[in-house]
Design a protein around this ligand. Structure first.
Ligand code: NAD
Ligand code: ZN
Length: 356
């Protein structure tokens, strides 16, 4: 390959992100070399930048950031038959060990040996060039853009959450939190048949975006509202109790509300990562047979997410509020970190030919 420029965004430590040149990697036999295109900033990237850690995952040595990404295949390892140079792909950033009981049973997202982009110590993919296992690269249909390709990562979280909750036609769904994850969960829930969806947030502009994306009802949570008030308001707006609630905040108040407002026999799905311990009204849930289910990333959900966009069922690109070139990575992270200009999804473009 003649190209030499592999500008890469590397997190050295707390609030220390640097752009530097790295060698262009060589794909292994089962891998493809990708010319990177769109890389979205996720809340977890900001956590690593600001705190240097998320729970047990600590940035102890320089780590390439980025995991919500898409690119174009430029070179295939000799065993790759599923892709060819020129194919545009969405990159599923986590690859399991392929041999443990979780990987073998299809629950590869629970693999204890999972190698996941930009989860320390594993490098991410905010760079001009990057190699990835070919079977974790999903070819994009012609009518799906590379920006949308990068959004398949958060959308897959929403798809997986709705599959865990078993969202089907006719369901009445409550989503708590209208950040990027709440919004993709809303999109997935509507695409999977929810007939009524109510979404809550504390920020007006996020609720306005949720309306634009298809929320049937929105509820602004004010500081002085009690849990009882919130439960009453949700029931009044929907005209009934939701049979499925999905928490996308991690806030104890939201999880408590979800447990109390969900219809007997229904499901509460927890996506938001909050405090390690919470006080919840569990007895109330058990005597009403309300199931509480966790959600961790996704498994086998990329094809569903891509099909939702290909078929025109959802408009995922409406989530993107800001675009930056990779050269402006620090500005992009500043926008995402500070919330200046009300960002929802900030997209960074690694291809030097990208134009606004
Ligand atoms: P975010 O912070 O952008 O969004 C959270 C939203 O919740 C914000 O809009 C905020 O205003 C709102 N909120 C906060 N307190 C609230 C309250 N009391 N009532 C109503 N709304 C409230 O984050 P995000 O990127 O959308 O991610 C959401 C959560 O999902 C985070 O905790 C993140 O760590 C988690 N997450 C989990 C997984 C997983 O696999 N389980 C994957 C990705 C993200
Ligand atoms: Zn495994």
């Amino acid at each position: 390959m003649a190209a030499k420029d592999n500008l890469t965004a590397v997190l050295y430590g707390i609030n220390d992100m640097r752009l530097e040149q790295r060698p262009i990697p060589v794909p292994k036999d089962n891998q493809v070399l990708l010319k990177m295109e769109s890389v979205g900033i996720c809340g977890s990237d900001i956590h690593y930048l600001v705190n240097g850690r998320i729970g047990p995952f600590v940035v102890e040595k320089p780590m390439i950031i980025g995991h919500e990404a898409s690119g174009t295949v430029v070179l295939c390892g000799k065993n790759v038959t599923s892709l060819k140079p020129g194919d545009r792909v969405a990159i599923e950033p986590g690859v399991g060990c392929r041999i443990c009981s979780f990987c073998k049973s299809g629950d590869y997202h629970l693999c204890p040996e999972m190698v996941f982009c930009a989860t320390p110590p594993v490098d991410g993919n905010l760079s001009r060039y990057y190699v990835h296992d070919a079977d974790f690269c999903f070819k994009l249909p012609d009518n799906v853009s590379l920006d949308e390709g990068a959004l398949m990562e958060p959308l897959s979280v929403g798809v997986h959450a709705c599959k865990r909750a078993n969202v089907r036609f006719g369901d009445v769904v409550l989503i708590l939190g209208a950040g990027p994850i709440g919004l993709v969960t809303l999109l997935a829930a509507k695409a999977m048949g929810a007939t009524k969806a109510l979404i809550t947030d504390v920020v007006d502009i996020r609720l306005a975006k949720a309306k634009e994306l298809g929320a049937d009802y929105t509820l602004k949570i004010e500081k002085n509202m009690t849990e009882e008030d919130i439960v009453k308001k949700i029931k009044a707006l929907l005209g009934e109790e939701p049979n499925i609630s999905l928490d996308c905040t991690g806030a104890e108040q939201c999880v408590r509300v979800a447990v109390q407002v969900t219809k007997s026999g229904g499901v509460v799905t927890l996506i938001g990562l909050g405090a390690f311990e919470m006080k919840l009204p569990l007895t109330g849930a058990l005597i009403r047979e309300v199931d509480i289910r966790g959600v961790f990333r996704y498994n086998n959900d990329y094809p569903t997410a891509i099909e939702m966009v290909r078929s025109g069922k959802i408009n995922v690109k409406a989530l993107i509020t800001h675009h930056y070139k990779i050269e402006d990575t620090l500005k992009a992270f500043h926008t995402s970190k500070t919330g200046e200009g009300n960002p929802i999804k900030v997209m960074i473009h690694a291809n030097p030919e990208w134009k606004k």
